[in-house]
Design a protein around this ligand. Structure first.
Ligand SMILES: *Cc1c(COP(=O)(O)O)cnc(C)c1O
Length: 438
């Protein structure tokens, strides 16, 4: 008899952040359709995860499909050293046009973690070129997440990033306390003074300050005030430290602005993009920097920036990214109403999730843009919650105590209501089941 895909998977495949023998087997997906994952047994689940923030326009979008097909018929890939092509040039032009002012140079890479590595290397080469080679460390917020490669890991939260496992191999960076929680938090003076003192103390060794603007994602799904972001921009200027904004999760509309930096009306010196860049079709990321950073690096000892991935500027991925940006920006596409769509998702999340804050077992409920987070009192039992979500017809992937969703922007109307209702009911059921067990 043929063995099932799950059995074969369990014999050979390793999944993200998993044991090689996971207690909860994965679900097998046969295909996708708009907002749904179609499992191999025919079950359709509404996707509440946008495949980790990426598929902002939903699955199998006709225009994105068309862009990929047209591009693959003309040119799938060529090396980027010494060669260039329309899809990459167009993407760089577009990214410069839509991102905050002053970011004029684009370095295209393959994944978010590499975009962060590139940002950190840019900061180091910048100070090297200015004859300040002792400025090599990066200041990072606790509870941050910036990727899984060793350099990116070194700026992730040391506790949730389990730095102790890699003692000796990770660069010791400078960690400062995470911002007080709350998009509307007014009481920030104390925190900003604390940062001022930390930056002043470390300015001689700090090349850059890296942060996720407004929303700390995979490190805890925490929102903080734009006034803090604005203050950090000023502090970085005052203390001669470059500001790296990691908008890999927040970029392309998720928080209600195209880029979260816009909430504070600031421009970073270096910006990392990824995740939703191709509308979730394939792996592509980018690191942008100011003309000053680019020119300084290029006039330094190396005379060049020391990085160049094999698949840099992949035309296929660039073509899809161009179409995804076109969908967001050209009024002939309904997706250009993304701001309205995100606002209606925010309302639906508030309506359906906020009542959970009264439920015992729930610590906090928070919503910003198309992000809805329910923080429980205790870590979630993945097997139990996954089964309950499937029963309710939705796909969520909680971590730690956090059950959260970030829907496709065009998941609206009945689909949106179904997702939000099912999520609230699933959490309710889960907490009841938990009480029965204990
Ligand atoms: C996902 C993420 C990364 C890493 O991106 P990968 O494509 O998974 O390497 C980096 N920073 C932030 C803020 C992210 O959310």
């Amino acid at each position: 008899m043929n063995r099932s895909i799950i059995e074969r998977d369990q014999d050979y495949v390793w999944h993200p952040y998993s044991s090689s023998k996971p207690s909860t087997p994965p679900l097998a997906v046969a295909s996708t359709n708009k907002h749904e994952l179609i499992l191999s047994d025919g079950t359709a689940l509404i996707d509440g995860m946008s495949s980790w923030w990426c598929t902002i326009h939903g699955y199998n979008h006709p225009e994105l499909n068309r862009a990929a097909k047209e591009q693959i018929d003309s040119m799938s890939h060529v090396m980027f050293g010494g060669l260039t092509h329309e899809p990459a040039v167009m993407l760089c032009e577009r990214l410069v046009a839509i991102t905050p002012d002053g970011l004029d140079r684009v370095f295209i890479v393959d994944s978010g973690s590499v975009a962060v590595e590139v940002a950190m290397k840019m900061a180091m080469q910048y100070w090297q070129a200015l004859n300040q080679p002792n400025k090599r460390k990066v200041i990072s917020l606790r509870r941050g997440y910036h990727g899984d490669t060793l350099g990116a890991m070194s700026v992730c939260d040391p506790v949730t990033g389990m730095h102790s496992l890699f003692e000796g191999s990770l660069t010791k960076q400078i960690f400062v306390d995470e911002p007080p929680m709350g998009f509307n938090e007014q009481n920030i003076r104390f925190y900003v003074d604390y940062l001022d003192q930390q930056l002043s103390q470390h300015k001689h060794e700090a090349a850059a300050f890296i942060l996720e603007p407004i929303v700390q994602g995979a490190g805890g799904m925490r929102f903080y005030s734009p006034a803090i972001l604005k203050a950090i921009r000023e502090l970085c200027d005052r203390h001669d430290i470059l500001l790296i904004a990691d908008e890999i999760a927040t970029g392309f509309g998720r928080t209600g602005k195209l880029f979260a930096c816009e909430w504070a009306d600031i421009s970073p010196d270096i910006l990392c993009l990824g995740k939703a860049l191709t509308g979730g079709y394939m792996s592509l990321a980018a690191t942008l920097c100011t003309k000053q950073v680019a020119d300084t690096i290029s006039s330094g000892e190396a005379g060049c920036f020391m990085h160049g991935p094999t698949f840099m500027g992949n035309p296929l991925a660039c073509a899809v990214a161009n179409m995804s940006i076109e969908l967001l920006s050209n009024s002939k596409h309904s997706e250009s109403n993304w701001q309205q769509n995100v606002a209606s998702i925010e309302r639906a999340l508030v309506d359906h999730l906020m009542p959970l804050s009264e439920v015992s077992g729930v610590q906090d409920v928070r919503v910003l843009g198309a992000i809805g987070v329910v923080e429980l009192d205790a870590p979630v039992d993945m097997g139990v919650i996954q089964a309950i979500c499937t029963k309710h017809g939705i796909w969520l992937r909680p971590f730690g105590k956090l059950v959260y969703t970030m829907p496709h922007f065009n998941c609206q109307g009945k689909d949106l209501t179904r997702l939000c209702t099912a999520m609230a009911n699933a959490i309710d059921d889960y907490l009841k089941e938990d009480i029965e067990v204990n």
